[in-house]
Design a binder for this molecule. Structure first.
Ligand code: PAF
Length: 284
């Protein structure tokens, strides 16, 4: 596996692969890699000849500066794990390489209708930071396909919307969420949980699946289902930001009977961690 830090070197390597007729898949990350990330890398390998992974902790998407400072940076260990996986190239640019004009980039990408709900409400500016850095990374890597985790479903939809609107020639593919044995979605943020909280956190997925089963069984009062789920989580020690049943296509409020492709999404704090998760709920 090659490790590159400079955009020009990245472009040279990608051009060489292209001259050989090889295709490229890309997995953007912020590092602190776990098995969930590595499953994205494995998926990427099935989609193209070469796999590029980026590691860049993007300051622009942190609305809370203490969260940015605390974000785990484990580059040496990440590099080791990637070298053992199917990754051909690790791109690990500096802040200066990504944002030569500093942290107030002259151009930013804003995807309206996607950042005014769910995680966008609790994290103002977050999705502009994501859209901006992902646009840059996609332009830098120039991959045929890029893989994003379905755990961040709102992010995945936002990126699909942005790529379509801006005619970015990279296909966006979602990959399923990897879970711990107790159902907890894998996330870099799980390491902020104590052992006891890790067990407790399983209730998040359990509540999602319970509500999923009730919707499938025909319950139509979504407002009541949502309130009951929030109550259950809060009673168990979570501080729930949202628990919502939404339309899968655009994350607008779901209308019972009319909408049949749904997603149930949750964000909640437990101890020091802010956790998010979701599941699809298909009534077709
Ligand atoms: O999902 C993430 O890890 C980040 O939001 C991403 C897509 C790498 C952009 O910084």
């Amino acid at each position: 596996m090659r490790k590159l830090e400079k955009l020009l070197d990245l472009r040279t390597q990608v051009r060489q692969w292209r001259e050989l007729g090889q295709t490229i898949a890309f997995v953007p990350t912020m590092g602190n890699l776990h098995d969930g990330h590595l499953s994205l890398v494995s998926k990427a390998k099935t989609l193209a000849d070469r796999v590029v992974v980026s590691i860049f902790v993007n300051p622009l998407q942190f609305n809370d500066k203490s969260d940015l400072a605390a974000y785990p940076r484990t580059l040496a260990e990440d590099e080791r794990r990637l070298a053992e996986s199917h990754c051909d190239l690790l791109f690990a640019p500096s802040e200066q390489e990504m944002y030569p004009n500093g942290m107030q980039p002259h151009t930013q990408v804003h995807v309206p209708n996607m950042d005014d709900k769910l995680c966008g409400l609790g994290r103002p500016g977050h999705f502009d930071g994501v859209a901006t850095v992902v646009t840059k990374l996609l332009n830098m890597v120039n991959a045929d396909v890029a893989v994003f985790g379905e755990k961040d479903y709102q992010q995945l939809l936002l990126i699909k919307t942005m790529v379509k609107d801006l005619a970015v020639p990279t296909q966006i593919v979602g990959a399923p969420t990897l879970r711990e044995a107790n159902g907890l979605a894998m996330s870099s943020r799980n390491q902020y949980l104590t052992e006891a909280e890790r067990e407790q956190a399983a209730l998040l997925y359990k509540t999602l699946t319970d509500i999923h089963d009730r919707v499938i069984a025909g319950e139509k009062d979504f407002t009541q289902l949502q309130s009951r789920a929030i109550e259950r989580l809060n009673q168990a020690g979570f501080e729930t930001e949202y628990f919502e049943i939404r339309r899968s296509a655009d994350l607008e409020l779901a209308k019972p009977i009319e909408d049949i492709q749904l997603h149930i999404l949750v964000a909640a704090r437990l101890g020091k961690a802010r956790l998010i998760d979701n599941i699809a709920c298909n009534l077709a």
